[in-house]
Design a protein around this ligand. Structure first.
Ligand code: NDP
Ligand code: 2IT
Length: 444
């Protein structure tokens, strides 16, 4: 079986040259699968691994747009419709200059297993563009979104492919994208995008869901050691959507959140992050965290990673490969108990190994940040029934889903003789769910 995995991996590396993040994501999952394949040779016979590593459809398209000065720009748009064994393709759109096919494929691959873990009827997909929204006016962002959707709309549909937000795509962008979809198709098809505004088909709790879910997952991990967030020193990376609501939920559970960051550096605020001020600065005014630090009278440390301040609970909520081995070592020295990934693949493989060897509770993104997409599925449910649920009810559903993902990861890890290993649990539980559906659906 080890040979079989090595053979498929060799094919993946050869057929997808230069896509380093995609390779990393595949290796991470394959590392867990040997005992599953040994127990289930039917997966090998049906070439499930080979098929899982090849997206069902990969779209790359031109996105031309005109800036405020009249200059024409040509960006590249992507949508990787990765796997639809469990439901329509579902996953976010990322607008960031680092986006290329390898990033979209890694995110799509992760999304397939994450979505399976939620227990909701959603397949996996991901998309985005190398467009950089930073410093762009409202009008420029709107025209970009309209141009992007003018191509993408033909591939979407509430039963086909349902995008949402990710880095650089929040409520504002989803609004422009939905507006253009509606205009082109002449259909008020609410279920075609999630993360919508509350007055036009959005769900309460979707904005908060990823950050809240990550903290609920971490709380459940802490409970297995008879402890909780209460009174714990917490450090969060990023200061965008996921980070903000991770901070809020950690604070609600009694955590003391002393630091967060952006791509320019980090803020150390020993009095505890003031979330209202952070949101005013980052979300409303779209300014960097250094301005928050200035307004708050806190310390701003430029160009460095937030992990060096030390924490008992660390929540990486910015981007891939942002927590490396040195960062992990610094966290371990400071007495970290738990790390839960709000971002996708933020912890490097050697950092994960170091944390696990040190006995730190480690919640991988495909389990710990699944609350966002799970609540997107709840938004789709509300759209399908033309209903809207209360905040309390929706949050209760989210909490139930996070607890069940947590418990399933642990039970699966036990079943495969890797007790307490959430990485193995998440990979195997996600994989078997998708693989069984693929077997049932035949060679398609
Ligand atoms: P946002 O755009 O709202 O925030 C991103 C944050 O990360 C910002 O603080 C940004 O700083 C920082 N960041 C982004 N890229 C880099 C980089 N290359 N280096 C350093 N810092 C960076 O995005 P989200 O909060 O939505 O997403 C954060 C993470 O969570 C991503 O990994 C995403 O895939 C994942 N995720 C998001 C979900 C969602 O529902 N939104 C669901 C599940 C996972 P700056 O502004 O300076 O760039
Ligand atoms: O990575 C993710 O799970 C997301 N960006 C959210 C996807 C979604 O469809 O809500």
């Amino acid at each position: 079986m080890r040979q079989q995995l090595a053979h498929v991996l060799e094919q993946v590396l050869r057929r997808n040259p230069g896509e380093q993040e995609f390779h990393q994501a595949v290796v991470e999952v394959f590392d867990s699968l040997e005992p599953v394949l040994r127990k289930n040779p039917q997966y090998v016979d049906a070439a499930v691994l080979e098929r899982l590593c090849e997206p069902e459809r990969q779209l790359i398209f031109r996105v031309p747009w005109v800036d405020d000065a009249g200059t024409v720009h040509t960006n590249r748009g992507f949508r990787v419709e990765y796997n639809s064994a469990l439901g329509p393709y579902k996953g976010g759109l990322r607008f960031h200059p680092s986006v290329y096919l390898g990033i979209v494929k890694f995110l799509g691959f992760e999304q397939v297993f994450k979505n399976a873990l939620t227990g909701m009827p959603i397949g996996g997909g991901k998309g985005g563009s190398d467009f950089d929204p930073r410093g762009r006016s409202q009008g420029e962002v709107m025209r970009f979104c309209q141009s992007f959707m003018t191509e993408l709309y033909r591939h979407l549909g509430e039963h086909t492919d349902v995008p949402a937000g990710d880095i650089g795509v929040g409520g504002r962008e989803i609004g422009y994208l939905f507006g253009q979809y509606k205009r082109i198709t002449n259909r008020y098809e609410s279920g075609v995008l999630t993360g919508k505004g509350l007055t036009w088909g959005g769900s309460l709790v979707r904005t908060e869901a990823t950050g809240y879910g990550t903290v609920l997952f971490a709380e459940r991990m802490l409970q297995t050691r008879g402890t909780s967030f209460d009174g714990r020193r917490v450090v969060v990376s990023g200061s965008g959507n996921v980070a903000q609501y991770a901070i809020q939920k950690a604070q609600q559970l009694g955590g003391h959140v002393v630091a967060c960051s952006d791509s320019t550096g980090y803020v150390l605020d020993e009095r505890g992050i003031d979330l209202d001020l952070l949101q005013q600065t980052r979300e409303v005014e779209r300014l960097p965290v250094s301005i928050y630090a200035e307004r708050r009278g806190a310390t701003f440390v430029p160009g460095r990673r937030v992990w060096e301040v030390g924490a008992q609970v660390a929540l990486p909520c910015a981007t891939q490969n942002e927590l490396d081995e040195d960062s992990a070592a610094a966290l371990v020295r400071s007495g970290v108990i738990a790390v839960a990934e709000g971002a996708n693949m933020p912890t490097t493989p050697s950092a994960v190994a170091l944390l696990r060897d040190a006995g730190v509770l480690f919640g991988p993104g495909k389990a710990a940040n699944a609350g966002g997409v799970a609540t997107s599925a709840l938004e789709m449910q509300q759209n399908a029934s033309r209903d809207s649920w209360s905040f309390e009810y929706t949050e209760e559903r989210l909490a139930g889903i996070m607890h069940s993902i947590h418990d399933r990861c642990l039970a699966t890890a036990d079943e495969y003789e890797a007790p307490g290993n959430y990485v193995v649990g998440a990979n195997i539980a996600g994989f078997t769910k998708v693989a069984d559906a693929m077997l049932a659906l035949g060679v398609v």
